[in-house]
Write a protein that binds this ligand. Structure first.
Ligand code: SF4
Length: 77
């Protein structure tokens, strides 16, 4: 399991709740209804990536901390 750095762009987040539904141990809505990363190791990497993909406004970025590779959104080539 890679060490993942997960960030949510709260300005972009529209509080849809998709990420919190997909990985509730990792993402929770804060008092403003914006997604917060409460436990970056709370789910398998694949589930965290699914949650990031499920975001309708692509507010979630996932980076492999060890290699520095951005896993989602896929880096443009
Ligand atoms: S899926 Fe995206 S827009 Fe919806 S709550 Fe999560 S970060 Fe916000």
């Amino acid at each position: 399991m890679a060490r993942l750095k997960i960030t949510v762009n709260k300005t972009r987040c529209i509080s849809s709740g998709d990420c919190t539904e997909t990985a509730p141990a990792v993402f929770q809505l804060d008092a403003d209804g914006k997604s917060d990363v409460v436990n970056p190791t709370g789910a398998a990497d694949s589930l965290i990536l699914s949650a990031a993909r499920s975001c309708p406004v692509k507010a979630i970025t996932v980076v492999d901390e060890d290699s520095g590779t951005q896993l989602f959104p896929p880096p443009k080539k």
